[in-house]
Write a new protein. Structure first.
Lengths: 64, 270
């Protein structure tokens, strides 16, 4: 699982789910930042991204 | 390693152990973070008194009944469970016998954050004495946690005591003490240096490291470090926790010290 705060530029129209699969984040609950707005795991699965969107995907992480 | 800018760190006290000195944690973070503002916000529920019944219902519905069964979305709570949560929200009780789903608890607490402060540039840290756990697909059960990182990050003072396993010696001796009918407090006293207990004098010092894990989550996307002597080490044993937070010769490993130094450097270049 990649852990980073890198911004990703979306290359083609796709859903957040497809982008998560691409980045091997499919089992982790994640936060999505899109245009400065934060979306929670229950808000993002079917959200559509457009080519050129800049997003950051950050997994929620548990400790201990 | 890409480092994001942090504008502010907001600390919330959602009912914690009395031994936690949040002001001391605040001063510590100010010293580490250069220009970022660090502010104590107090009880997050105090901003939304009209919604206390709604939040009570939501909290009651994310209670784990059985650690071997993942909670179903929209679980319908009992009246008594909602009533207990409302009393907790209103500060009428500080008890902590309930186990919550950690990510769902984080989601409920996210609703207490002002909409314009939902940002990767703002670190929200909720200190709580609620105990939470997260579901592990690998063994199909919940595991108690010290913390969850996201927006907001949650750090549990109860989790720090209950989640990391105590030394093996403790469990062996505990069996003997129980068989002989001896006082378990004596055992705790005997091994107290090797684990964190309730109302522990060392709690504030330990919490500083966990608050920094929340900060690093925002700075680099990862709260943890592989170095057992770094405060960002993800301890699964109490002895590891005590070493990383209290006994190590250094606070942060070289790599993470450089990240913190860069915050001060960027500040002086501005």
């Amino acid at each position: 699982m990649k852990v980073s705060v890198e911004e990703i530029k979306v290359k083609e129209d796709k859903t957040v789910r497809e982008l998560m699969d691409e980045f091997q984040l499919s089992t982790a609950p994640i936060l999505l930042e899109l245009s400065g707005r934060i979306f929670y795991p229950d808000e993002i699965e079917d959200r559509k991204l457009k080519r050129g969107d800049k997003v950051t995907l950050i997994p929620l992480i548990a400790g201990g | 390693m890409k480092v994001r800018r942090i504008e502010k760190v907001l600390l919330y006290d959602e009912g914690t152990a009395e031994k936690l000195n949040i002001e001391e944690v605040t001063e510590y973070l100010r010293g580490k973070l250069g220009k970022a503002q660090v502010t104590v916000r107090g009880n997050p529920f105090a901003f939304w008194p009209e919604k206390s019944s709604d939040y009570a219902r939501k909290l009651a519905s994310i209670k784990i009944q059985d650690v071997g069964r993942k909670i179903a979305p929209g679980q319908e709570p009992l009246y008594g469970e909602i009533s207990y949560e409302k009393r907790r929200i209103l500060g009428e009780t500080r008890s902590f016998g309930v186990l919550y789903d950690g990510f769902q608890l984080q989601r409920v607490f996210s609703e207490l954050i002002a909409w314009d402060e939902h940002s990767l540039k703002v670190v929200h840290i909720f200190f709580t004495n609620r105990l939470f756990a997260t579901w592990e697909e690998s063994d199909k059960r919940y595991h108690a946690r010290t913390s969850v990182y996201g927006i907001p990050s949650l750090i549990s003072t109860t989790g720090l005591v209950e989640a990391p396993a105590k030394p093996r010696e403790y469990y062996l001796l505990k069996q003997q003490y129980e068989m002989l009918g001896k006082d378990l407090l004596e055992l705790k006293g005997r091994l107290k240096a090797s684990f964190i207990d309730y109302e522990d004098e060392r709690l504030t010092e330990v919490i500083k490291g966990y608050a920094m894990q929340a900060v690093f989550y925002h700075l680099v996307g990862n709260p943890f470090c592989e170095d057992k002597g770094c405060r960002l080490y993800n301890a699964h044993w109490q002895e590891e926790l005590v070493f990383a937070q209290l006994e190590s010769r250094y606070e942060f490993c070289e790599r993470h010290t450089k990240v913190l130094d860069s915050l001060h450097k960027n500040e002086s270049e501005r």
